[in-house]
Ligand binder design. Structure first.
Ligand SMILES: [Zn+2]
Length: 237
């Protein structure tokens, strides 16, 4: 039997309807996932979605009141139970979220366009709540970044750099000890994201992102310094 939505949709047309159909869902969402502004959304309808005989979600269709955005989005609530006759819910997520790409320094974007693409895919996965798999993406991103950097410094060893494992590769080809240090730590945390058992219980994806951010800054500093060394090697008379 196809789903009959007529029995599961509640249209919200007044403040009374909000009280009636959204009882127990307070506090209401105050953020638009599309534009990321704090807002007081318009509520349009509530859809009761049963996921088993005794478990249900409420999907609330909302509208962002900002004229620049005017997007529709969903607030999804899990029904947790009743206090007396009053239902109570937990707000689980707001979606869809807009893609906000991370902006990297020009030197980094030029050095490794693949790094930028992979990093932003991982970031988007993280924003969508895929927190168990985004770390693998971040780990892959830093490998592209530092290997592209190693190739830039050692163009004749490109094939060897591509083939080698990350950590031995950077130790051999990257002279900056800070970049080697940071990449090695990122690889350790990256392994935690890939393997069954976590070795660094007190570290997480945010630490991995911080290590990548620092690595970008060091590479940017090195490349920018090199540029000035080339452009301004000698004093002008
Ligand atoms: Zn908005």
């Amino acid at each position: 039997m196809p789903v009959n939505f007529d029995e599961k949709l509640y249209f919200i047309q007044s403040a009374e309807d909000i009280k009636r159909f959204m009882r127990g869902m307070e506090p209401y969402p105050n953020l638009c996932p599309v534009c990321n502004f704090h807002i007081s959304p318009h509520f349009i309808l509530v859809h009761e979605k049963w996921i088993s005989d005794h478990e249900k979600l409420e999907e609330v269709l909302c509208g962002c009141p900002r004229p620049e955005c005017n997007s529709l989005f969903f607030a999804e609530y899990e029904h947790l139970g009743y206090q007396g006759d009053r239902p109570y819910y937990e707000l689980i997520k707001l979606y869809p979220s807009a893609k906000f790409d991370e902006n990297f320094a020009e030197t980094i974007a030029e050095l490794s366009p693949k790094f930028v693409t992979i990093y932003n895919q991982a970031k988007h996965a993280e924003k969508e709540g895929l927190d168990l798999i985004c770390g693998v993406g971040y780990r892959k991103a830093i490998e592209f970044l530092v290997k592209d950097y190693a190739i830039k410094l050692n163009p004749s060893d490109e094939e060897d750099i591509k083939k080698k494992f990350l950590v031995p590769c950077i130790k051999e080809y990257i002279p900056s000890q800070n970049i080697v240090f940071l990449t090695e730590r990122a690889a350790w945390l990256g392994n935690d994201e890939t393997h069954y058992e976590r070795k660094w219980q007190d570290k997480d994806v945010q630490d991995l992102k911080m290590l990548i951010d620092l690595t970008c800054k060091y590479i940017d500093m090195e490349l920018t310094t090199e540029k000035y060394k080339l452009e301004m090697a000698e004093p002008r008379r």
